[in-house]
Design a binder for this molecule. Structure first.
Ligand SMILES: *Cc1c(COP(=O)(O)O)cnc(C)c1O
Length: 387
């Protein structure tokens, strides 16, 4: 059976070039980057070269980037770090209802500690109302955190506009750009963002490494206290191999971005045109303001988990929303926030495409999908009425 992977928003395979860049640091080059002797010099250089590459992807300076263990840690560091550093100024944080759990649950935790959190609603396109954002800002607001692109629907938020509003009102702005990196151009110089999170394994790098951009002059309370690593902002001996792999992945992401976007967009358009022939389906999220690789589709009268199992039996890996919530019976908080009924949310599948996907794979999906959907619907009493 052919294996087809349409779940790149959950994680991406490690590229060969990335693997090759990591190997020396799992083997012969084992020195501590903090050592001043010969054993540490090579690993220090590897960490700083990788920093340079990730900075180029974001267009920031080397002193503005902290390596973290994951995207989740980056989000935690940005949000808790900014909240604690500014608690004398205020206790109010603004976010959206559709953030990744790494942001939502961090905000929930802070709410238990006495911070106040406003969760902005999204419309049926999955976007927030900028006037509602402006109206939510109070003199006590210290942080706005809005994701760059949604992991479930691919919807891209107006980061520049939000940054402008935050800047004008003197509020820090964090964005979780884990899904955006490599799929849209990110230029922190042009965006007025103060804090921005990325993760290695979503851009064909290894798992267990991420980075947080911290604009020069922005103060954060560290999450992990320890030695003088990362300019005293994150203690702990660096994950050199992981960082080296992340650096290589960032270099490739920047180098191949235009080509990649074109490739992904063509495949996604083909997928949506093909599956669009199935009746009673809907593509979720704003049709234009969306990542080039993500297609979240609701199939009415179908149970998403069963659909995924049927696809899995044909070798196709897709997902129902975020990997972190699949397996739970809760409907996607993202789709419910966009106004979908629980039933329709449960009938939604996310196809997230990547580098190695081909036209043939998309055509295979388009071919096998209608009979699977039809068979599943034929078992639904509701469908008989709607037909
Ligand atoms: C995957 C993901 C994260 C978490 O990154 P990890 O490195 O897996 O911890 C955070 N935010 C978004 C939007 C993601 O897609």
């Amino acid at each position: 059976m052919n294996k087809i992977y349409f779940d790149h928003n959950a994680t991406t395979p490690v590229l060969g070039e990335v693997f090759d860049a990591m190997v020396p640091f799992l083997k012969d080059q084992w020195g501590n980057p903090s050592s001043i002797h010969w054993a540490g010099r090579g690993t220090r250089k590897a960490v700083e070269d990788a920093r340079e590459s990730v900075c180029r992807l974001l267009n920031c300076q080397n002193v503005e980037l902290i390596f973290t263990s994951t995207g989740t840690e980056g989000d935690n560091h940005a949000i808790k770090g900014a909240a604690y550093a500014n608690k004398n100024k205020g206790n109010h944080i603004i976010t959206t209802r559709v953030e990744h759990p790494a942001v939502l649950n961090t905000c929930k935790h802070l709410a238990k500690e006495g911070f106040e959190v406003t969760y902005l609603d999204v419309d049926s396109d999955g976007l927030i109302d900028l006037d509602a954002l402006k109206a939510a800002i109070t003199p006590k607001t210290i942080l706005i955190t809005v994701m760059f692109a949604n992991n479930e629907t691919g919807v891209i938020f107006p980061i520049k506009e939000i940054g402008d509003i935050a800047r004008e009102r003197g509020v820090l702005f964090h964005t979780d750009a884990v899904q955006a990196a490599g799929k849209v151009l990110i230029d922190v110089q042009k965006l007025n963002v103060d804090l921005l999170t990325v993760s290695g394994h979503k851009i064909y790098g290894p798992k267990g490494v991420g980075a947080l951009f911290v604009k020069r002059g922005v103060r954060l309370v560290p999450l992990i206290h320890g030695g003088h690593h990362e300019r005293n902002r994150r203690g702990g001996t660096e994950n050199v191999a992981g960082i080296a792999g992340f650096g290589k992945a960032a270099e490739i992401a920047l180098r191949d971005m235009d080509k990649e976007i074109e490739h992904l967009k063509a495949l996604k358009d083909r997928l949506e045109a093909g599956l669009g022939k199935i009746p009673h389906i809907k593509v979720n999220g704003h049709l234009e303001k969306r990542l080039p690789n993500t297609s979240n589709i609701s199939f009415e009268f179908v149970e998403g988990e069963s659909l995924l199992l049927n696809l899995d039996m044909k070798g196709i890996a897709a997902s129902s929303g975020s990997a972190c919530t699949s397996g739970s019976l809760e409907p996607s908080h993202v789709l419910v926030s966009m106004g979908l009924t629980h039933e329709l949310s449960h009938g939604s599948v996310r196809f997230s495409l990547g580098k190695s996907n081909t036209v043939e794979e998309i055509d295979y999906l388009i071919e096998i999908m209608p009979p699977i959907v039809e068979r599943m619907r034929s078992m639904s009493p509701l469908y008989a009425g709607a037909k």
